[in-house]
Design a binder for this molecule. Sequence first.
Ligand code: ZN
Length: 199
Amino acid sequence: MKGSIEVIAGGMFSGKTEELLRRVRREVYAGKFVQLFKHALDDRYAVEHVVTHDQTALPCIPVQSSNDILTHMREETRVVGVDEANFFDEGLVDVVQALADRGLKVLLAGLDMDFRRVPFGPMPSLLAIADDVTKIRAVCITCGEMANYSYRCDGSDDVVHVGSTDAYEARCRSCYHMGTRICAVPPERRPSLTTSTSS
Ligand code: ZN
């Protein structure tokens, strides 16, 4: 089997994890032995299960580092899924390359940029070494255009913000620059930035 690397990149609320799980389920359906990993920001993170087409539960293994993926690898594994790839160390790039060189298919999903619009963790390198890249976008909460950015409304500046996603909004380029002053305004009362054409 020929190995490969597929990366699904996008902002928050863009559906990256759903797309990853869709691809994972397809591999399970094709009879491949799949292992799914997710970054554990802290060790309280519980194992979650992804329900596959035949109602079998595929465990999503929380790991703290890229090396932990290698530690958990099983002989029969043909496909590896990695969610929240942006939170991993740079070592993930070598791990992924090594797995693909061994003939495995590696599917990754992650945030391409943090809330400052800075490329996130190992994502730029993963995008570079990928055989296939899918960049998906969310919908801007303010104007409804395609949104590339995850805007942070709570004023905090930690890049890794453990906890709820409530502080984030999907915003397009124009609305990103409206800053925090529209954070408290409900989406339906925000100024529409959609260019009005003759109607
Ligand atoms: Zn917008």
